[in-house]
Design a protein around this ligand. Structure first.
Ligand SMILES: Cc1ncc(COP(=O)(O)O)c(C=O)c1O
Length: 1012
């Protein structure tokens, strides 16, 4: 068959190509490729196809090209006879209409991941641009009566009998009733030429590692017809929402982006959801009917799955979707919201009855925000004592105090607030009401006339206890609602639904903590512009990513308290101002992580929180060795600061307590400590010790190593002196290659890597002799970290140390990254290499964020150094630093964190190794305990570093709220180096997320391209 159409193409279009058949239900579609790589789409229409339909499509595509550059659709390639299509005969002798289009590159939207809000917004923009480009296009074939014309969807009413499941039939009936309700409005809308089938197989997406994905084409105009534009948008929406993890948000992104180009009014927006559901109803009815003709094709039924799942989903509330779409487009959340807002501001504020019987303008406000308070200490578990004492900060000054509206808080710690099951998943944090802290028994009055709508007693801990919702009416007849939580549950007996209340009438009293969910006595007051869809189940706090919508539906209730909005509206930190200040205050080489920086305000164990309370899994930071905000350490620090913090010139037991603890973890020869302030200072001191003892100056070290930011430390840090703008290698420093047996100069399994890498010491020592220098020693991160999380081959350091010592040098182990139990099996990395360093350098994790560095050495070396001038570091070894470091080491032991590193690290390494089996871009998984590297390559077969893959992965991890880093000379090694508190569940999420990311189209396309 291909040959026949290849000949036709050559004869009628003069193009010599090779054809590949593509999918197509009724017509034949071929990819046609010339020898020099030009691609076309050959379309052979079914026998008997209406000429008008082909003509319409060709003219529409030409019209679009002539009127807009902003939307990508195929071009019609005319035949040599200058016709848009030809009438040719197939091998069976049947007449076929044949036409040729340019071939658009891209991946089907259906198979593309991730379907991000950004990509969906792009689609909204593209559809609007398509509509603009099609403006004025006319063709008689657009006036089609056919099943896919959404203004004619009512045909399915007569076919609902094909749906055998009675519940599903009823569901479709209700969808069609909603549709029918809107039909007059739909039919009154102006008609345009529309694509009418923007489904996920008719959209192409460009996939790239380095750029945001783009809609690279809209294809298949075969269902074009004349219809209201909103139908076209709703059809696209019907496919966007299917199996999307956040369908409402996805639809909002689509509609808002469309609206930004071609503004919609509120009535049109209100049509989108009913139209979308009717399109899905048409689709499932149609395929059910088709299945009757294809009883052996299970795919016809399977393909209905996503549509049924969406239609049957109970979590999507129609009125809320529509309200969301309105807000996403910048319109009032309900038809009456703007009027109600004006009424509240202009007529209610200042004139309503005092809810607790007194003016609140002088009441102090106190912050429960992520930034403004430290409650709860554990952001995953508010204690009952913390809940009970929430208002205490201001209670001393006043009986009455207020808590802010729109304030992000970490106090909502129940599972019910989490949006996903795992601990650090997004959760609802933003307070949608105002708190009025007042004594139990305080009388609560209705601020305005109203009717009781809901009365409940919510018994769960940390819920509302007694709760009342009142319906109000503006003089213009618009409804709005107010909610009162944490009441004495006696309201359940004293009030009844439908009861009228007068402004100022007392209807409840504040409950006790036993009655109000366990909280300090207070009123939660919340306002809502509409409760259709919400019922009694108003969320009192919202997901920060949904704030715009919830703020519109439940605005600041200040007017009901006769207060200005500003008094009780939370003012968030302005991240762009803080960024600007940082740029003004600091040098440009003070780097921030991520192109869109993240601002973090709270930490807990291996989690971090931004100002809106969004949690992040910290798989990156090793400084908080025992976890962020460790409460035992907090208490110890605060206790010590109350007593004394001075220097090492005075006797204090804390100094020796730390030294003894530390040396108890070392081989007995390493028995003398020096306390300094940082890893850099510790390395400086190590250099001085080596030079003092040997009288030499020259140092041998590893390429791409890092030892700190001071002058001497930079001199031995190739990672810095060889970086762009670096000062270059000093003549007294001699570099050896990183002993990376995967991607380095000598690789396993081919060679004896330990021998070959360690032999490089000989060259260095010869070099020193040749320049007449003297060796001081060798310094290396025992496992190179910035060098790419490298584990040197066994025997490597033994050989290096032997050679260095034979040449009269000392051996320094920089254990800043690897020490103190991180490796699980070993407390220090030098133990794994079975060597005994002369000097060990420790830093960062030992203070868990408090500045302290330590040098540990032998008595002989310390004595030799003591022959020089006095050693003193003002803050090094301060009482507080010693207390902190000792406590950190104790906590590592007491909380069995080294054992945890072993266990969880093993789980991570095994999981990553399994991912390596699945994903070609993972070249190597290496590490020990919680010191882990994942080496990304373009393909496992050739170990070529894939920096852009690694960059993509680390940025996508951040999108999923997981922090990790990049290392290695090619920046292609994912560094996983979390606090030692990380748990098995976190590793599961990390692995699942990595698997998802590595399955994303930008990456899978890369490996496919290499394979083909
Ligand atoms: C291996 C190593 N040594 C030394 C240092 C320097 O420590 P500090 O930043 O505390 O001066 C670092 C810091 O990252 C390091 O990773």
């Amino acid at each position: 068959m291909n040959e026949h159409w290849e000949n036709c193409l050559l004869q009628s279009w003069g193009i010599k190509t090779q054809l590949t058949k593509l999918a197509g239900e009724f017509d034949l579609n071929f990819k046609a490729e010339t020898a020099d790589g030009c691609r076309f789409l050959l379309k052979v229409m079914r026998a008997g196809c209406d000429v008008g339909l082909v003509e319409m499509q060709c003219q529409a595509l030409q019209h679009i090209h002539a009127s807009s550059q902003l939307v990508n659709v195929p071009s019609v390639i005319p035949s040599t006879a200058e016709r848009n299509f030809e009438t040719l005969v197939d091998e069976a002798g049947k007449v076929r209409l044949v036409w040729v289009l340019s071939f658009l590159e891209g991946v089907d939207y259906a198979g593309f991941t991730p379907k991000s809000p950004h990509l969906i917004s792009q689609l909204g923009t593209s559809i609007a641009n398509l509509h603009l480009a099609l403006e004025g296009f006319q063709h008689k074939s657009l006036q089609r009566d056919f099943k896919w014309n959404l203004t004619q969807a009512a045909w399915i009413n007569d076919s609902l009998t094909f749906i055998t499941d009675p519940q599903r039939r009823e569901l479709l009936r209700s969808v069609m009733m909603d549709y029918q309700d809107q039909l007059d409005i739909i039919r009154a809308l102006p008609l345009f030429a529309t694509h009418n089938d923007i489904n996920d197989y008719n959209l192409l997406v460009s996939a790239s590692l380095n750029e945001e994905p783009k809609i690279s084409g809209i294809v298949d105009f075969g269902d074009m017809c004349s219809s209201p534009r909103i139908c076209d948008l709703a059809i696209a929406g019907a496919y966007i929402v299917l199996d999307h993890t956040q369908p409402e948000q996805a639809l909002s992104s689509l509609v808002a982006a469309y609206h930004a180009v071609l503004p919609l009014d509120g009535d049109e927006i209100d049509l989108i959801y009913p139209l979308l559901r009717s399109r899905l109803a048409v689709s499932v009815v149609n395929s059910t009917i088709e299945a009757l003709d294809k009883p052996d094709d299970p795919y016809v039924i399977i393909s209905q799955g996503p549509a049924w799942r969406f239609l049957e989903s109970s979590s999507i509330v129609h009125s809320l979707v529509t309200a969301r779409l309105r807000v996403a487009c910048g319109l009032p959340v309900t038809k009456s919201a703007a009027r109600v807002g004006r009424y509240l501001s202009q007529e209610v504020r200042g004139n309503c009855a005092a809810i607790i019987g007194m003016a609140l303008d002088k009441a102090p406000c106190h912050s429960l925000s992520v930034e403004g308070c430290s409650v709860p200490q554990n952001p995953f578990e508010l204690t009952s004592l913390e809940a009970l004492t929430l208002g205490d900060a201001t209670a001393a000054a006043s009986d009455i105090s207020l808590g802010y509206y729109n304030e992000p808080r970490l106090i909502y710690t129940n599972n019910a607030f989490r949006l996903n099951p795992w601990k650090a998943s997004n959760r609802r944090t933003v307070h949608l009401g105002v708190d009025v802290f007042a004594p139990t028994g305080t009388k609560i009055c209705a601020p305005l006339d109203g009717v009781i709508k809901v009365i409940e007693n919510r018994l769960e801990p940390l819920d509302y206890g007694g709760m009342v919702i009142i319906k109000h009416m503006t003089p213009h007849g618009d409804r709005f609602y107010s909610l009162y939580g944490h009441l004495d549950p006696a309201v359940c007996q004293s009030l009844h639904q439908g009861q009228k209340l007068k402004a100022g009438e007392v209807f409840a009293v504040l409950g006790t903590p036993q009655q109000n969910g366990g909280w300090a006595p207070h009123l939660h007051l919340q306002l809502a512009m509409g409760i259709e869809g919400l019922g009694a189940d108003w969320p009192g706090v919202a997901d920060p990513d949904e704030r715009d919508f919830w703020n519109a539906l439940c605005p600041n209730p200040a007017a009901l308290l006769n207060l200005p909005d500003e008094k009780i509206g939370y003012v968030s930190l302005n991240e762009s101002v803080i960024l600007q200040q940082r740029q003004n205050d600091f040098g440009a080489n003070l780097k921030l992580s991520y192109s869109k920086p993240v601002m973090l305000l709270r930490g807990w164990r291996h989690y971090l929180f931004d100002q809106w309370g969004r949690p992040y899994l910290d798989a990156y930071n090793n400084v908080p060795h025992i976890g962020h905000a460790n409460p035992r350490l907090q208490a110890r620090i605060s206790e010590q600061l109350k007593r004394l913090n001075t220097n090492t010139r005075y006797l204090h037991p804390a100094q020796s307590a730390l030294a003894s603890k530390l040396t108890s973890k070392m081989p007995e020869q390493l028995s003398v400590c020096f306390f300094v302030n940082s890893g850099s200072e510790a390395n400086e001191l190590a250099l001085r010790l080596a030079r003092a003892v040997t009288g030499g100056k020259h140092m041998v070290t590893l390429d791409h190593g890092y030892h700190g930011n001071t002058t001497g430390a930079i001199d031995i840090s190739a990672y810095k002196f060889n970086a762009p703008g670096g000062v270059g290698k000093p003549d007294w420093v001699w570099l050896m290659d990183i002993p990376d047996v995967y991607g380095g100069k000598f690789r396993q399994p081919e060679t004896d890597c330990a021998h070959l890498y360690s032999q490089q010491v000989d060259d260095a020592i010869n070099g020193i002799t040749q320049v007449g220098g003297k060796l001081a020693g060798f310094i290396a991160e025992t496992f190179p970290s910035v060098g790419g999380q490298v584990i040197p081959p066994k025997g490597y350091l033994q050989s290096v140390y032997r050679k260095i010592r034979a040449a009269g040098g000392l051996c320094i182990a920089d254990e800043v990254q690897t020490g103190l139990g991180r490796l699980g099996e070993y407390y220090f990395a030098f133990q794994q290499q079975e060597v005994l360093p002369d000097i060990v350098v420790l830093g960062k994790p030992i203070g868990n964020g408090h500045p302290i560095g330590v040098v540990v050495t032998t008595r002989a070396i310390a004595d030799s150094f003591a022959e020089g001038p006095e050693f003193f570091s003002t803050f090094g070894g301060s009482t507080l630093s010693c207390v902190v470091a000792k406590e950190v080491l104790d906590i590592v032991d007491d909380e069995a964190l080294q054992a945890n590193a072993l266990l969880v690290g093993k789980q991570a390494l095994e999981g990553l190794t399994m991912l390596k089996e699945k994903h070609e871009v993972i070249g190597d998984v290496r590490g020990m305990g919680l010191f882990i590297g994942v080496d990304f390559v373009t393909h496992q077969s050739h170990r070529k570093p894939a920096t852009d893959v690694a960059t993509y992965v680390v940025n996508r991890l951040r999108d999923y709220r997981i922090f990790a880093g990049l290392e290695g000379p090619n920046n292609n090694v994912l560094k996983i180096r979390p606090p030692l508190t990380i748990e098995a569940d976190d590793v599961v999420i990390l692995l699942e997320t990595l698997d998802l990311i590595l399955s994303e189209t930008a990456i899978t396309r890369l490996t496919q391209n290499i394979n083909t």
